[in-house]
Design a protein around this ligand. Structure first.
Ligand code: IVH
Length: 750
């Protein structure tokens, strides 16, 4: 079959074969481009193959393959570089999109630190370079290692390549004995244009933008290629240090510059929000003439002792933020609307677009959020886009805000095709046919199939093996798709992963004999699975993919319960109280609705009676529910979702089956020698030397659990002036109570 046969004339059988062929070609092209850095086809050919694949899928949605190239973003990291574990994690930055976000950022820092509005608080402001970050480790002044960011914890060792970049000094004089310098590798516009011209002439890969060119050049296995590519480096941060560089951010940057690093000349110290915004506007005005790509301005608290007090959230510092430039926009045609079913059953509409370049990147998909969004309404029923709905065939304006998935900003009604119809959002799950329902107050329609729905099951499994969960090497999204529903060696539940090797040994058709597998890859997979039989409790809880239980919630639960069986027992015990909570909520909701419609009185009565019936909650249930929802950061929504998951027969048996294969490691008590390790602490009243948020973060760092409510399990109450009912309850229960100074003395901060 030729590439040029029109999609419109393909028969079903031809289309099936063609999709298989295209998947093979695109897989190979991906491998060559991302893994071997040796592209075999041009970007244009690649895009054409992808478009053809998408067009056939749009015409024959039923034939879309599980491993469809439309769903793949790129290939996995190259195996060629050795891995480097960063001594200090490489973080990313939170984003501010407008001036209001910037003042919000400054206010939240003032609040966190308990600074009054007139107390001085300086920030550095500097361009956010659009390249890729690199960490350079110097020991005794000599460059010993260069590593990419990777997932923030583990990156790739690119030392040989970094040595070819002239902005990166090989030797430093007067540097701390250990110094990790961090910054951005980038390519100038002029160098980028010259490189692409040369590549085109030589029939090599033409890069979409300077950032891709810099990344592709740094991640060359052959450093002679990197040497021929004109890369540059700006230093703006640091990792491990044996001695501080300075007392301020500005001082540290000046010091790095004195050591021989390029630092950005547009870095300024600002004392107020208007100064920060004004410097942002200055930088924005110079953006087009800088000669290299920047995508915003980064603000950082100048005083390094304050940076230390502010610390980090899970992946971003509290003391810095990136103020992004407005997104670029482009118009294109909406070719189809597909529905994807997620891990929690959410039906997410995805726009399939005629490919268009937005800010240097080809965009062919965009999120459409939910059915209200398509219809032109926001979560509160108010009009968006002036109430214009989105239809297949429409001209839509798309934009990318940073690295996030593209979004649809507008619709051109003048170009709407004649006879087009409003989009009908499905009320049945496109994957399993179960009813898809939308609960009161939920913007999202969800498939009710639970684990019966193959899409939900597969998404849950993908989440289970993902990086922040079990992180099993060699078992990624692609392999999960392959094993799910497999005839010979299925992985349908998490527990199946841990019986894979044993089941394989009993099969005649062994995994090692399959296409794409061999003796080594199969035994590597089994070894990687074996390694994860021992798993930290927080990772396990997160991996289960329970709605509302994210990384932070999972960590809070693990810190509080410290043991899987204890948590499971507590959640079971709390069940009647959880149900009572929901019934009461529903009664309240019913009352709200009925307040507007007298005629619904009967329903209130019923709901009330139901609530009353479930109100007879055993004391143990109330106590367990109180403990659970009293954990700082865990509220009733998460509590109910957790309770539902544990009370759901299918999910519960999947958990129990999994548990039997694991050895679960309790969370590290970060400082077991600390006098408060393992203790449950409640803060109440006004704290004068620190804010509540800072007190909580500090207590947790010392291994304490921080709870929002006093119960028999509370070990210590820290009460400031104005403490009320909590102090009284603690006194009644005979719980040790300290004032703020007593607390600081206890933890050695006084
Ligand atoms: S500071 C702990 N400063 O932006 C914070 N990052 O979105 C460390 N970036 O991963 C980062 N220019 O690759 C910082 N002037 C700058 C930057 C910058 C670019 C990148 C960096 C980081 C990403 C976060």
């Amino acid at each position: 079959m030729s590439d040029t046969q029109s999609v419109d004339t393909l028969t079903q059988d031809q289309a099936r074969d063609e999709l298989a062929r295209l998947t093979g070609l695109l897989d190979r092209a991906n491998q060559a481009y991302h893994v071997s850095d040796a592209p075999e086809i041009s970007d244009a050919e690649y895009d054409a193959l992808k478009r053809r694949n998408a067009a056939i899928e749009a015409r024959f949605p039923d034939l879309k393959r599980d491993d469809s190239p439309s769903d793949q973003v790129g290939a996995r990291a190259a195996d060629g570089f050795s891995k480097v574990t960063h001594a200090v994690r490489m973080l990313s930055l939170g984003n501010a999109f407008d001036d209001g976000d910037v003042s919000g950022f400054v206010t939240s820092i003032r609040n966190y630190l308990g600074l009054s509005a007139d107390a001085q608080l300086g920030f550095t402001a500097e361009p956010k370079i659009d390249g890729l970050s690199l960490s350079l480790r110097y020991e005794e002044g000599r460059l010993v290692q260069a590593a990419t960011r990777g997932d923030g914890k583990v990156g790739e060792n690119v030392t040989a390549n970094a040595l070819t970049i002239s902005d990166i000094p090989v030797m430093l004089t007067d540097a701390p004995a250990v110094l990790e310098v961090r910054g951005e590798v980038y390519m100038t516009h002029a160098d980028f244009d010259a490189l692409n011209a040369r590549q085109e002439q030589e029939g090599g890969k033409v890069f979409a933008n300077p950032r891709n060119a810099a990344a592709g050049s740094l991640r060359q296995l052959d450093s002679t290629i990197t040497r021929a590519r004109p890369l540059k480096f700006f230093a703006y941060a640091w990792g491990e240090l044996s001695a501080p560089l300075a007392e301020t951010q500005m001082g540290a940057i000046t010091r790095l510059n004195a050591l021989g690093f390029q630092t950005n000349p547009l870095t300024r110290l600002c004392e107020t929000v208007p100064e920060m915004i004004s410097h942002y506007r200055d930088i924005e005005a110079q953006r087009a003439t800088l000669g290299y790509d920047i995508d915003g301005v980064v603000y950082k608290v100048d005083a390094l002792d304050l940076q230390g007090r502010l610390g980090f959230r899970s992946t971003t510092p509290r003391w810095a933020i990136a103020h992004k430039f407005p997104a670029e926009l482009a118009w294109t045609r909406l070719e189809a609307i597909d529905i994807q079913v997620g891990r929690t059953g959410a039906l997410s509409p995805v726009a399939r677009l005629h490919p268009v370049t937005v800010g240097g990147v080809v965009v062919s998909n965009a999120t459409l959020h939910n059915e209200d969004y398509i219809a032109g309404r926001d979560a509160n029923g108010a009009e968006i886009r002036g109430g214009k709905d989105i239809r297949v065939g429409d001209w839509v304006q798309v934009y990318r805000a940073g690295d996030v998935i593209p979004k649809v900003a507008d619709v051109d009604l003048k170009k709407r095709p004649e006879g087009s119809e409003k989009y009908q959002f499905p009320t049945a799950c496109p994957e399993c046919g179960s009813e898809a329902i939308r609960e009161e107050g939920d913007a999202v329609r969800r498939c009710t199939g639970g684990l019966i729905c193959p899409a939900q099951a597969v998404e849950k499994l993908k989440h289970f093996v993902s990086r922040k969960a079990f992180d099993i090497e060699g078992l990624g999204a692609k392999q999960v798709e392959m094993f799910h529903g497999d005839d010979v060696l299925p992985i349908n539940t998490p527990a199946d992963i841990f019986t894979l090797e044993q089941r394989d040994a009993q099969n005649l058709a062994r995994l090692k004999n399959r296409d794409g597998w061999g003796e080594t890859s199969a035994s590597n997979l089994f070894a990687a699975i074996e390694e994860k039989r021992t798993i930290p409790l927080a990772r396990l809880i997160f991996a289960l993919g329970i709605r509302h239980v994210g990384e932070v919630g999972a960590r809070d639960l693990a810190l509080f319960y410290r043991d899987w069986d204890a948590m499971a027992a507590a959640v079971d015990t709390a069940r009647p109280a959880a149900l009572a909570h929901r019934a009461a909520d529903e009664a309240e909701e019913a009352e709200r609705i009925a307040a507007a419609a007298e005629a619904r009185r009967a329903r209130i009565k019923e709901a009330r009676e139901a609530a009353m019936a479930t109100c007879e909650v055993p004391d143990a249930a109330s106590a367990a529910w109180g403990d659970l929802t009293g954990i700082d950061g865990i509220g009733a929504t998460l509590g109910l979702s957790l309770s539902d998951a544990f009370a759901n027969t299918e999910e519960r048996s999947a958990f129990d089956a999994l548990r039997a294969h694991l050895s679960i490691v309790p969370p590290e008590a970060p400082a077991s020698e600390s006098p408060v390790a393992g203790k449950t602490v409640v803060f109440t009243g006004t704290l004068e030397k620190m804010t509540r948020a800072e007190a909580k973060a500090r207590a947790e760092a010392l291994g304490a659990k921080v709870s929002g409510s006093v119960s028999a399990k509370t070990d210590l109450l820290v009460a400031g002036p104005g403490a009320g009912s909590k102090a009284k309850k603690a006194a009644d229960l005979g719980i040790e109570t300290l004032d703020e100074d007593g607390w600081l003395h206890l933890i050695g901060d006084a």
